[in-house]
Design a protein around this ligand. Structure first.
Ligand code: ZN
Length: 221
């Protein structure tokens, strides 16, 4: 297995775009995999294609419509209104049960096919939503499971695990790609590239993080 190659689980959003460039800095050869699971903001796949192409990263797009048939959530159900805040003692309805379990497992099978050992994902435990499949304990557990399942030595890298949104912007800046991430990634639930619609939960979170980072930068200089 080539230890200098990696596969990035890539969606074209802020976090995974930052991870894509983090991977380019840390590995000789970078591959990416993107999942089409019937999400509302399908424009993000188009954006993922553009970013991967301009970054010279081969991108594999996998159709996994079964997620949509299994999980009832506001990212794929067009009739549901998205939770804008985390409900008390519950997960927001933007939670897609099993999503990262499937994404990373499928990514590992693909990584094995292309002789790649390192898998990079932009999950973050500090994410406000509190998704259980973004936690460090889950990723470590899945890493062990995947190695046992395929008798492999995969290493799952999570460069954003302990970063908040402002620190993720800082990482993009350190990597010299702040403008690329800001202008080309798509996080907005209304499918608007870059700074987005400005009022959906994803835009608010992204904007607050960017403003915090730019303010810190201003104070420092
Ligand atoms: Zn938005």
């Amino acid at each position: 297995m080539n230890r200098n190659n990696c596969l990035v689980v890539f969606s074209g959003g802020q976090d995974s775009t930052t991870c894509l460039f983090w991977a380019k800095k840390n590995f000789e050869k970078v591959f990416a995999i993107c999942f089409d699971y019937g999400q509302k903001h399908v424009a993000e796949i188009e954006q993922a294609k553009k970013i991967a192409e301009s970054a010279d990263v081969p991108l594999r797009i996998m159709q996994i419509p079964f997620i949509n048939q299994l999980s009832h959530n506001s990212l794929t159900d067009f009739s549901m209104t998205m939770d804008t805040e985390k409900p008390i003692n519950a997960l927001p309805n933007t939670f897609v049960a099993g999503r990262n379990l499937f994404f990373i497992s499928i990514a590992a099978v693909y990584a094995r096919e292309i002789d790649v050992k390192n898998i990079v994902t932009g999950v973050s435990q500090t994410d406000f939503s509190g998704y259980p499949d973004c936690r460090d304990s889950f990723i470590r557990s899945l890493n062990v499971t995947l190695n046992l399942a395929m008798d492999e030595e995969f290493v799952i890298h999570t460069p954003l695990m302990w970063l908040d949104k402002a620190q993720t912007w800082q990482l993009a800046d350190t990597l010299g790609v702040l403008e690329i991430v800001r202008n080309q990634s798509l996080t907005c639930y209304n499918g608007i590239v870059g700074d987005g619609c400005g009022h959906c939960p994803a835009c608010k979170l992204r904007k607050a993080g960017l403003e915090k980072y730019l303010l810190e930068l201003k104070i420092k200089n």
